[in-house]
Design a binder for this molecule. Structure first.
Ligand code: PLP
Length: 383
């Protein structure tokens, strides 16, 4: 059977991983500045995470949500404590798209309204509502096309105000990434997030903070949205939550009370996923990884800003992007093929850095040195 190529980016096969390094089938070591697409939060195969999963696997891996799973409450308590959202309810699912799908559906149930405000260059996943709210017509199937999504320019306060003036009482939700990831590492401005909060308060719409990529401590705060000093009504989470074990979830503010049956799942919140997510939070706490991400991110950003050849260094914590000018457009490929460094990209010309929050200073320097050399090589190719 032919395998469908999901992201045919390169021919590398990874067979082993630890911390911020991975190794291919021939034993070649790579520095992972991509974090497996922002998923590796505490570092690949962290020993505490492995041990927790092994121990749980020997006891029970799965039983459905028809029974009590006390691990879910343990996870909710820890998450409430570390995120500062202890008064929210946690619903567990399996992925970022599913988290956003449930968030959007819940907002519509809660308000009885149909319209969703989303933004240019957004990415919210590939399920029906999530993809409809994603600004990429190429991945929206005809069946998912709907007039209920209103797309506005990102960070455009006047457009947002005008939209609420005209449609305020029809809007169920505003969904926004605190820092756009797929869109090229574009932070939402503080005043824009605050405006969303006040317009939602005035109109009764639900503020959904898509924190799938920019959440879970990556930006030096638990949620990137925290920078604005406002609380969203629903936070969607996935990626870093399980450090590679598939799990997602939404945090639901106390004034939103889903009725039984509105939210449900077969696999979500299973025993194994819960211990993986608990292990992540335990390590984040004991190794102070949110503060680490903040400090390491500041160091990386400051150093990157001094490197000539790249442009518009931006982001927060360990969610960093920069533009690659046309004359050095082979930079990502060269970093991978010659310097054995994985980075991410965003079209048309952005390199994304999404390493583990446990990236060391030495590893950051290893990357910076290779980057400087690679840029010099592209700017002055050997004759
Ligand atoms: N939301 C954001 C901001 C994302 O970056 C992604 C994935 O890249 C998703 C949602 C979808 O998550 P998943 O691929 O787990 O469905």
């Amino acid at each position: 059977m032919k395998l469908f190529d999901v992201y045919p980016l390169n021919n590398i096969t990874i067979t082993r991983a630890q911390g911020s390094y991975v190794w291919d089938k021939d034993g070649v070591q790579y520095l992972d500045m991509y974090g497996g697409h922002a998923v590796i939060s505490i570092g690949h195969t962290h020993p505490h995470w492995v041990k927790r999963i092994e121990t749980q696997l020997e006891a029970i891996a799965f039983y459905s949500n028809s029974i009590q799973i006390p691990l879910q409450q343990e996870l909710a308590d820890k998450l409430g404590m570390l995120s500062g959202k202890a008064d929210y309810q946690l619903f567990l699912c399996n992925s970022g798209a599913e988290a956003n799908e449930n968030a959007l559906k819940l907002a519509s149930f809660h308000t009885g309204r149909k319209k969703i405000v989303a933004f240019s260059k957004s990415f919210h996943g590939r399920t029906s509502l999530a993809v409809a709210a994603t600004d990429n017509p190429g991945i929206v199937a005809p069946v998912n096309e709907t007039d209920n999504i209103i797309f506005l320019p990102f960070n455009d306060e006047a457009a947002l105000q005008e939209c609420f003036k005209n449609h305020g009482n029809e809007i169920a939700a505003v969904i926004i990434e605190g820092i756009q990831g797929v869109g090229g590492i574009v932070p939402a401005s503080i005043s824009f997030l605050q405006l969303i909060r006040s317009l939602c308060d005035a109109s009764g719409a639900v503020y959904i903070a898509d924190s799938v990529q920019c959440g879970y401590g990556r930006t030096g705060q638990f949620f990137a949205h925290d920078v604005a000093g406002v609380n969203a009504d629903i936070y969607s989470m996935a990626k870093g939550m399980g450090n590679g074990f598939p799990i997602g979830g939404i945090l639901i503010a106390p004034h939103i009370q889903p009725k039984h049956g509105m939210l449900g799942t077969t696999f979500g919140g299973n025993h194994l996923a819960c211990v993986a997510a608990l292990a992540v939070l335990e390590v984040m706490e004991s190794e102070q990884l949110i503060e680490m991400a903040k400090q390491r991110g500041m160091y990386l950003m400051n150093q990157l800003k001094c490197i000539e050849g790249i442009e518009n260094v931006r982001g927060r914590g360990l969610m960093i992007g920069f533009d690659v000018p046309e004359r050095i457009k082979g930079l990502k490929k060269l970093l991978l093929e010659k310097y054995n460094i994985f980075t991410g990209e965003a079209k048309p010309n952005v390199i994304r850095l999404l390493p583990s929050l446990a990236l060391t200073r030495k590893q950051a320097d290893e990357f910076l040195e290779a980057l400087t050399e690679a840029i010099a090589e592209l700017e002055n190719p050997p004759a």
